[in-house]
Design a protein around this ligand. Structure first.
Ligand code: AMP
Ligand code: GLY
Length: 424
């Protein structure tokens, strides 16, 4: 099969690597892709939001299957668009992807179907939001309703911080239309867990769990990012606690979407807070997580193409999905200034030597190949990933590999995976 992967991040690099191992895949295109994927895929210079151009490309090149990585094309309805043209495409429809595209939609759905989540209210005017904060305890969480690349959430420690966040989103339009409506919710205490599943309608096949590190600095300090690193497995939570999340959250959510006439096919991602009262939903995503994918897919032993094809043929239930017991840790190397604005075009040194090291894989995110060599082209630049028997060893290996890489202004967290080995 000829496969087209849409997207350009570390997640898409990890997806493409997995597809490259599949005996049923003869050719991989990635649009637009990045410099790291050139050896396994043909890069197609079409951006992920150029729906018509992507569709034309898939038709002209007789692509057999398209896999959509990022949320923006999904919530824009790319899957519906491809389906209407009779093309085979993997991901949720626009109606189903709304579980990520609108936080208020997701919250209302959870309330209606009794899916555990933080208490909340939705506001579309600033005065109402400010008045609500005045009568609630802190910390309190302010979320832009729409998509904001993981940056539209403020965990406010004081009412002043909450008011500032509301002012930025609703007054100054910091996230554009995504922030015209806000969800204000109860602060949940506990440890976070990312749990993804292959879903087709009622059928839910969970993946192994992972833990992300969203804030930019060590010890979870500083503003939120798209994710600064991840690891899997997450030994803090035994099989029973993960099962609880599958039974009480993922399965009822897939069922709720069917009931609402929005059946979901694709990757459903639950961002969970593991509270003393059990797992509660922080957010849903309608796609693979980034950087969770970089630590989960390397553990997948079953052919990813087989799973996707089974989903699209509505026989996901028949597939046995196997996972390696190995541990995977990924450390994100970010550009100076990220998650704020950042420079591009900084030369990246030290990549080549690492590429073939046993157990190490460097997934590219924001990289570009120029006459000058490999340069930075995004906020998250590389995901330095190690796979080995234990988290402690994977952590050590990935940080050793990080030491060999350099670009001006490069920064990363030192504590990825530390929690899993009792260092925090
Ligand atoms: P989100 O984009 O909704 O996943 O939120 C980003 C991050 O903000 C999460 O990973 C949590 O660390 C934090 N967060 C979001 N909602 C809550 C909540 N209700 N209670 C505590 N922390 C939260
Ligand atoms: N790592 C969080 C996300 O993909 O949204």
């Amino acid at each position: 099969m000829k496969v087209l992967v849409i997207g350009q991040g570390g997640r898409e690099h990890a997806i493409a690597c997995q597809l490259a191992q599949s005996p049923s895949v003869s050719k991989i295109f990635v649009a637009p892709g990045n410099a790291g994927m050139g050896s396994i895929a043909e890069l197609v210079p079409i951006k992920e939001n150029q729906m018509t151009d992507l569709l034309n490309f898939a038709q002209e090149n007789k692509v057999d299957l398209t896999i959509v990585g990022p949320e923006v094309p999904l919530t824009d309805g790319i899957v519906d668009h491809f389906q209407q043209a009779g093309l085979r495409v993997y991901g949720p429809t626009k109606a189903a992807a709304m579980i990520e595209g609108s936080k208020s939609f997701a919250k209302h759905l959870m309330k209606k179907y009794d899916i555990p989540t933080a208490e909340y209210e939705v506001f579309d005017n600033k005065e109402g939001a400010l008045a609500y904060v005045a009568e609630r305890k802190t910390p309190i969480v302010i979320k832009a309703d729409g998509l904001a690349a993981g940056k539209g959430v403020v965990v406010a420690q004081t009412s002043q911080e909450a008011n500032d966040a509301i002012e930025a989103m609703m007054g100054e339009g910091k996230f554009g239309i995504a922030g015209h409506q806000v969800v204000i919710e109860e602060y949940l205490q506990g440890e976070e867990l990312s749990l993804m599943a292959f879903v087709d309608g009622h059928v839910v096949v969970p993946m192994v769990p992972a833990q992300d590190h969203k804030p930019v600095y060590d010890g979870n300090q500083g503003p939120n990012t798209g994710g600064m690193g991840a690891y899997s497995p997450v030994p803090q939570f035994n099989r029973q606690r993960v099962n609880e999340a599958v039974e009480n959250i993922l399965k009822p959510t897939a069922e709720a979407l069917v009931q609402e006439g929005r059946p979901f096919t694709g990757i459903l991602y639950a961002g969970l807070m593991m509270t003393p009262q059990g797992p509660k939903v922080i957010e849903f995503n309608a796609r693979f997580g980034d950087p969770e994918t970089q630590v989960v897919l390397p553990r997948l032993e079953t052919d990813l193409m087989e799973i996707i094809n089974a989903s699209l043929d509505h026989r996901l239930d028949d597939i046995k999905v196997n996972w390696s017991d190995d541990a995977v840790v990924t450390v994100i190397l970010a550009s100076e200034g990220y998650p704020g604005s950042y420079p591009k075009g900084r030369k990246i040194h030290g990549i080549d030597e690492d590429h073939h090291e046993e157990g190490i894989r460097i997934f590219h995110a924001g990289t570009a190949q120029t006459e000058d060599g490999l340069v930075t082209s995004g906020g998250r630049v590389l995901a330095v990933t190690a796979k080995v028997q234990s988290i402690a060893a994977a952590r050590q290996m990935s940080y050793e590999a990080v030491q060999k890489i350099h670009f001006e202004g490069m920064h990363y967290r030192q504590d990825i995976g530390a929690k899993a080995i009792g260092r925090l």
